[in-house]
Design a protein around this ligand. Sequence first.
Ligand code: PEP
Ligand code: MG
Length: 323
Amino acid sequence: AQQRYAGLRDLPATSTCGTTIQLYMNAGLMADLPSLESSGAEGVGLFRTELQFLTRTKVPRRGELAALYAHVLDNAHGKPVMFRTLDIGSDKVLPYMKPQDEPNPAMGWRAIRVGLDKRGVLRMQLQALIRAAIGQPLHVMFPFITEMNEFEEAHKLLMEQLAREQRLGHALPSDIRVGAMLETPSMAFAPKKFFEMCDFISVGGNDLKQFFFAADRENEMVRRRYDTLNTSFITLLEQIVQRCDEARVPVSFCGEDAGRPIEAVTFAALGFRRLSMRPASIGPVKHLIRRVNLSELKRVIDDARAAGEINLRRPVTEWLARQ
Ligand code: PEP
Ligand code: MG
């Protein structure tokens, strides 16, 4: 399949109405980096940093992490890499962390909640990222932001680490961009100030969907019960895009759904201009985007919504079949 889309690699994902969607890839291992070149991705829209913590018997050392992140940046050859700080918690228990007995780990002590409560590890990771990106731009994003103050605190922690590096006489990254992952419905209703504070926002669709529908993404009994193209969820996504546009903050969608062509063109029609997905999905998604008129698709979505459809998959796929 990769072969089939190879010809598209250097072509932009531009719709027939002239809108270009930037396609990024998700990664989490050094071994993923060669795909940046072969897939034609614009950069790494989500670099999950959990694996390096999960595969050790103790907390990795700062120097070790800094070397690893520097290696990632070297292998990205100037393309941006959005590093997400540790999204660890009850379900992904670190072997060296005291296990917490939580009834609902996905809604428990995880991600930025752990980072802000046990600051040592987050501080160390931020220092490693800063040292890895000396002289180049650094993109950091914080996972699972549920209230604006969590972003403010995490942002402050990052700024403190920068000041510390400077005090120590170390060189700094040339630029720092700080983003939030929007993965809980609460943040769609956050104060405008939150959107203005972020340099970029990334919608974590996997978590956002599970919390919107109250359906555990790990539970086979319910995980496929609610469709991503359910009208209510699409309307939530549209509102998120509008809020980001109002605050002029770039927004991307980085859940698994971004890699499904029908979902991807729907997100693009809603106004997402950046999508991040597994590298193998870039070809098929680009192929479809290049064949559709996004403003017409937006009209199809609006009409179906006005007609009271509770799910947009049928109208969208029927329209796509006619293109
Ligand atoms: C998400 O929730 O959509 C996401 C990208 O993060 P993860 O899948 O790592 O939770
Ligand atoms: Mg998530």
